[in-house]
Every structure is written in structure tokens, then in C-alpha cells.
Ligand binder design. Structure first.
Ligand code: CO
Length: 200
């Protein structure tokens, strides 16, 4: 059978099984979404936010891009953060990277890619330049893993810097920013640092 047809069939089976377990599920969700979390992660197919956190549809608002980068001039990322914070009033923003990230590795190896992805990875390439000595002091595997971690911390800072998050904090909104990393080898999510809940 055609594989796309298979996907549609699987979707029907899934919808049916959800309805069997909870007949009101779709009616309830179609009326409104009320997620507590915003996930900012990598587009990598192996890091699906809902699945790895055991969350159902409606429980997490999601933004994903290559190497989970949050440039302060990226209307896409900023619009998602704005909607999540202002309209949905999420209580947590989880910035999540992953070990073995191809985007981070390309920046580390200074691979010459075509635009636009080459421009997109510029913030990570800059981080490589800024941390050249620290990176050189590490073994090859540790170097890539550390850069994945540093990228999460840097992007977490970017999220904190946005006027959206700053305004929410100034208005007394409860909003915590978290920096996590996911290990493809064992499926485990790990916090990299204490969460941030106010301007530092
Ligand atoms: Co990645």
C-alpha cells in the first residue's frame, strides 16, 4: 500500500482509539487550547516534544527549528513566544537541545552550507569562535556534547532577553524558563541549569 495512504489510515485508527478512551476529547480540545508549556526545540525527527514528555495533544505549544536557535530578529520564533506568553499564558518555556545535533555539529566543523541554512547557523558558528580555546581543550566527543549544552544555555538567555518575557516578568506573570538537553542514546531529558523566573 501507498505509504501516504498508510499514514491517513493510521490517523483514522488513532482518532478512533482516542475517541474510544475519551469520547469528549476532540470536542473539548477544538473549543480551546490551554497548554502550560512552550517547547523550543530542534526540528530533528528524533526529538518530538509531545512524545518524549508523555504529553497529549493540547498540552504543549511547540516551536522547532534547526539547532533550537532563538535569534532576536526572527519573527517566527518571537511570534510563537509572544502568542504562548501573552495569549496562552504558558507558565514554562522549555528550551531543549539534544546531543548529536546535526546543526550544532555542522557549526562546529565549520561546514560551508548553502544559504539560508548557513546564515541560520551563524549564531552557533559565532559561539564556536568565541569558545575556541575551551573547545580545543576537550576531546572530540566531549567537544560536540559541550557545544550542544552551551547552545541551550545561550538560547535560554536569548529567550529571557526578549521584550515579551521581560514584560511578562515586569507585570508579575508567573513564567519560568528552563534549559534542558535530550540524549538520543537513552531517551532521557536532563535539566542543564536552574530555571530562571525573573530578570537577572
Ligand atoms: Co538538532
Amino acid at each position: 500500500m501507498d505509504t501516504l495512504k498508510q499514514l491517513l489510515n493510521r490517523n483514522q485508527a488513532w482518532a478512533e482509539s482516542v475517541r474510544e478512551e475519551d469520547p469528549e476529547f476532540f470536542a473539548r480540545l477544538s473549543a480551546q487550547q490551554n497548554p502550560k508549556y512552550l517547547w523550543v526545540g530542534c526540528s530533528d525527527s528524533r526529538v518530538p516534544a509531545n512524545q518524549i514528555m508523555g504529553l497529549a495533544p493540547g498540552e504543549v505549544f511547540v516551536h522547532r527549528n534547526i539547532a533550537n536557535i532563538v535569534p532576536l530578529d526572527d519573527d517566527n520564533a518571537l511570534s510563537v513566544i509572544q502568542f504562548a506568553v501573552q495569549a496562552l499564558q504558558v507558565q514554562h518555556i522549555i528550551v531543549c537541545g539534544h546531543y548529536g545535533c546535526g546543526g550544532v555539529q555542522a557549526a562546529l566543523d565549520n561546514v560551508a552550507l548553502d544559504p539560508p541554512v548557513d546564515d541560520w547557523l551563524q549564531p552557533v558558528k559565532q559561539m564556536v569562535k568565541d569558545h575556541r580555546d575551551d573547545l580545543d581543550a576537550l576531546g572530540e566527543q566531549e567537544r560536540a556534547r559541550s557545544l550542544c549544552e552551551w547552545n541551550v544555555l545561550a538560547q535560554m538567555k536569548q529567550v529571557c532577553k526578549t521584550s515579551i518575557v521581560q514584560s511578562a516578568w515586569a507585570a508579575g506573570q508567573s513564567l519560568r524558563i528552563h534549559g534542558w538537553i535530550y540524549d538520543l542514546n537513552d531517551g532521557i531529558l536532563k535539566p542543564l541549569c536552574p530555571s530562571v523566573a525573573s530578570p537577572s
